[in-house]
Design a protein around this ligand. Structure first.
Ligand SMILES: [Zn+2]
Length: 389
């Protein structure tokens, strides 16, 4: 079998003055943060297996192949991680393999849970995998046989991909001086309410008014299933983690509906862990949900809060100064705007008042295909300029 074709060196010269200058500055800013005396807001590159849009653009990746060929999946993830370390648009050390190792894994997010339930998946050339809702009737929802967490639907495929990658590459493949270890299985969900939307569709929100007992019953079954799935496939150290607050789709719910249908399940599932600080990832428009979450849970990290869709200053007041806020500039600005729009967005976000309270970082989002590199340069320059403490 042919070996995987991978780059054998970074495509930049780490000794060149521009790269050295970047690395000195970024290292100083990162170290200042690590020691609790930040000099400016950081722009972190969120690294996870599903983030490769900018690289996909560069190489003209066909996403239909990416999602069906585990070798290509691994290759793209490694090369995207390499490429990220060649472009000075984040506080990331360039021309060096990451000290914490390469982030790789099976990547069928966000179609894992819906794929387990046989939702129709859409493989498209230009962008990430997606799924349709099954629009089941209430009767079908009640009669639904939940898939096996061992191998139901697409979970079987994910396991095959994972076993293949581990067997062939884990601990054996070296990329740019670092061994590829800990290839993740990529099994998880986007939350039980998300899954309810995948199965019942937006009708679930009318059900909340017309048939509350059905909604309680259905959501609890799905929450039990997502809980079992996540714990079964989590790394051993994370099997006892709190039940996640993160759920894509919840921002469509009013505070009253959230408190009636979602919150009781979160409280019950976390009844022994209410004092354990949690991460809350929210890339939507759920401004109204933060006071509710802050009232009931301790939160150590608020991740992917999107500006200007959300009023980050107000959220800071609502959740207090302890949470580390990771904000990002909306794709609408970053993909569709001009460099000046990006600069203005960063300037209006990084107010002295926001910077005075609690830890704050910016991250780049998923960098969907089509994001202009000029805008990423403008983003980084603006963070360095307006992010000074
Ligand atoms: Zn998200």
């Amino acid at each position: 079998m042919a070996a995987m074709k991978l780059s054998t060196a970074f495509g930049i010269d780490p000794a060149s003055p521009a790269i050295r200058r970047h690395n000195v500055q970024a290292r100083a800013a990162l170290e200042a943060h690590a020691t609790g005396r930040p000099t400016r807001v950081l722009l972190k590159c969120s690294e996870w297996v599903g983030q490769h849009g900018f690289y996909a653009d560069e190489v003209g990746l066909d996403y239909r192949e990416y999602y069906t060929n585990p070798d290509l999946m691994l290759q793209v993830q490694l090369e995207a991680a390499r490429r990220r370390r060649e472009i000075p648009v984040h506080d990331l050390i360039l021309g060096e393999a990451p000290a914490e190792g390469w982030m790789t894994g099976v990547d069928l997010w966000p179609a894992v849970a819906p794929g387990a339930f046989d939702c129709e998946l859409m493989y498209r050339r230009e962008t990430v995998i997606a799924n349709r809702s099954r629009h089941l009737s209430k009767e079908e929802c009640d009669a639904l046989v939940l898939p096996s967490i061992e191998g139901g639907g697409i979970i079987g495929t994910i396991r095959q991909f994972h076993e293949h990658l581990v067997e062939r590459y884990e601990g054996k493949l070296t990329f740019l001086g670092r061994t590829v270890d800990h290839i993740r299985n990529g099994i998880g969900t986007s939350g039980f309410f998300s899954l309810a939307l995948d199965l019942r569709g937006e009708e679930i929100m009318a059900d909340m008014y017309e048939d509350p007992p059905f909604v309680h019953r259905f959501l609890l079954r799905l929450a039990d299933w997502t809980d079992a799935l996540t714990r079964r496939w989590a790394d051993p150290a994370e099997r006892d983690a709190p039940f996640p607050l993160t759920d894509h789709g919840i921002d469509m719910l009013s505070p009253a509906m959230y408190e009636q249908f979602i919150l009781p399940i979160l409280l019950e599932k976390n009844r022994d862990k209410l004092q354990v600080p949690q991460l809350f990832h929210h890339c939507g428009r759920g401004q109204h949900l933060f006071p509710i979450l802050a009232r009931h849970f301790k939160i150590h990290t608020l991740h992917a809060l999107t500006y200007p869709l959300l009023d980050i200053e107000r959220i800071r007041v609502e959740v207090g100064d302890d949470a580390h806020i990771y904000a990002l500039i909306s794709d609408g600005v970053l993909s569709l705007g001009k460099p000046d729009d990006v600069r203005y967005a960063v300037k209006s976000l990084l107010t002295p008042r926001l910077k005075r309270h609690g830890r704050l970082s910016l991250i780049s989002g998923d960098l969907l295909p089509g994001t202009k590199m000029d805008n990423l340069h403008a983003l980084y320059e603006a963070v360095k300029e307006f992010g000074q403490y």
